[in-house]
Design a protein around this ligand. Structure first.
Ligand code: AHR
Length: 495
């Protein structure tokens, strides 16, 4: 093989853990994510469920592994009053979901149902609290309700509602997009508000809280700078950032019917994630040189036009090989910056934006993004191995991106995993990997690929795209030669 693509992996230089929470998810009360998605109600006799939560989705997600799940929003979070969603369902008030389609929310899925979902999935809950239209007292009481063991007004109420032991929720988001739908605040104002919330939450909890500040929109580095300048480090464990791969907010384009130029623009936007993450890390390194505060990319993914004929406020979109390549390349970025990126949450788990599961009545399909998340779960909590990538270019209309993206890790059993993405949809790429600081004798692999980047799974053909065994490599001493097909995501395992 005559390879222009070279990767050096330093197997003995691993220093940082890839926190499994990088593989987190996000589920909002939006469209058909919760209702008619995860949750079909416990009186549903057609779709098998456990206390209203679909068994088929739980089974699929347990296989993929969901380490952490963010809820109830998004923009919805800053309109949500948690006490509306507890107690007997018939007595819960209805509200209007003002951000998403103006639909009536009957609050049948609330705190107990969310905790049940997390327990069924084996996921840690990450609650995004209401700052925009809520109060410090309201959020502090929510913490007391979920996390206080002794006698207190809220823990007594929890027990009355059927849950004796606290759930001990560790991750708390203090507002969402407070620069936008969460209150249109200036960073100076939000920093002060944050300080007040962060002060009063911990006293209501048995467990140490991980408080996450509402982070910047993409490359708004000033947001992070002002927050960290004004928030003492003993009040903050994490800071968020949101970045979606959108071609143009006024012309997002179809999720399935797109040109190569549109595909290229999506990948350009997706790969900006590296610059964005680096920019925020530089500021964090200045204010927090001891690397205590985590960067949480608590919303990311591809955002396109809704499927024709569906409610524009429901953000229901299909998911193609474009999304698989986007997910694979983005997760490689998070892995490589795991020193600071300790959580990320793909938007959103079921039926919304870059979903891993789509539902239609009693049927579900697993999207190409699901398969990438499942293939990459070998990286969870493994030690990141630094990679040095020299890549050929993928060029469209005179503009270029690196064709190859890569990350690597070593797990607790000493197995090395390498994830590779070829974003070039026209050409296979030959790669030579130089494995330094280790001796390996066996390699196996899995691949996700399809002929066209627009290919996707449908309810009629649900398994068009699924992982297959990959044999396109030769291992010779510490040199691994790979023929990486166009439009593909590959995960290799070396022993
Ligand atoms: O994920 C959809 C929306 O995108 C979220 O509600 C909001 O936080 C973001 O703008």
């Amino acid at each position: 093989l005559n390879a222009q693509n070279k990767i050096v992996i330093n197997a003995d230089l691993g220093k940082y853990k890839i926190d499994k929470n990088i593989y987190g998810h996000f589920s909002e009360h939006l469209g058909r994510c919760i209702y008619d998605g995860f949750y079909v109600g416990d009186t549903n006799k057609i779709i098998p469920n456990t206390r209203g939560i679909r068994n088929d989705i739980v089974k699929a997600l347990r296989k993929m592994k969901v380490p952490v799940l963010r809820w109830p929003g998004g923009c919805f979070a800053d309109t949500y009053h948690w006490k509306d969603g507890i107690g007997p369902r018939s007595e819960r008030p209805t509200i209007v979901n003002t951000w998403w389609g103006g639909v009536t929310e009957d609050n049948s899925f609330g705190t107990h149902e969310f905790m049940d979902l997390c327990e069924q999935l084996g996921a840690e809950p990450y609650i995004s609290g209401n700052v925009g239209s809520g109060t410090v007292r309201e959020m502090a009481e929510w913490v007391q309700y979920t996390n206080f063991d002794g006698r207190s007004p809220m823990s007594d109420l929890r027990k009355k509602n059927g849950r004796e032991k606290p759930w001990n929720v560790k991750y708390w988001g203090i507002g969402n997009e407070t620069w936008g739908c969460g209150g249109h605040m200036r960073p100076e104002y939000y920093a002060d508000i944050y300080r007040a919330f962060a002060t009063y939450l911990p006293g209501n909890s048995n467990v140490k809280l991980f408080r996450i500040a509402s982070g910047a929109a993409g490359d708004d580095y000033n947001w992070t700078e002002v927050l960290l300048k004004n928030i003492p480090l003993n009040l903050i464990e994490g800071i968020g950032v949101h970045h979606y791969a959108v071609i143009d907010w006024n012309a997002k384009g179809s999720a399935t019917d797109f040109t190569e130029e549109q595909y290229f623009k999506t990948m350009q936007q997706a790969l900006r994630m590296e610059k964005i993450v680096k920019g925020h890390i530089n500021i964090m390194d200045k204010y927090d040189p001891q690397n205590r505060v985590a960067l949480a990319v608590d919303e990311w993914g591809g955002w396109y036009d809704v499927e024709p004929g569906t409610n524009p406020g429901f953000l229901y979109q299909q998911n193609t090989m474009r999304d698989a390549l986007l997910a694979g390349a983005t997760l490689n970025i998070f892995n490589n910056y795991c020193r600071r990126v300790k959580m990320a949450n793909l938007a959103q788990t079921v039926n919304v934006l870059q979903a891993v599961v789509l539902t239609k009545e009693e049927k579900i399909i697993l999207t190409p993004t699901y398969h990438v998340m499942e293939m990459y779960n070998v990286h969870h909590d493994a030690t990141m191995l630094p990679v040095d990538v020299t890549s050929e270019k993928y060029t469209v209309d005179g503009k270029s991106l690196d064709a190859i993206s890569c990350s690597a890790s070593k797990d607790e059993n000493g197995k090395i995993h390498i994830s590779l993405v070829n974003i070039d949809i026209n050409k296979k790429h030959n790669i030579v990997i130089d494995l330094r600081g280790t001796e390996v004798s066996k390699c196996t692999g899995r691949i996700l690929t399809s002929e066209k980047v627009q290919d996707h799974n449908t309810f009629e053909n649900p398994e068009k795209i699924k992982p297959a065994a990959f044999n396109g490599f030769k291992l010779n001493g510490n040199k691994l030669r790979i023929e990486l097909p166009a439009t593909s995501v590959v995960v290799l395992e070396l022993e």
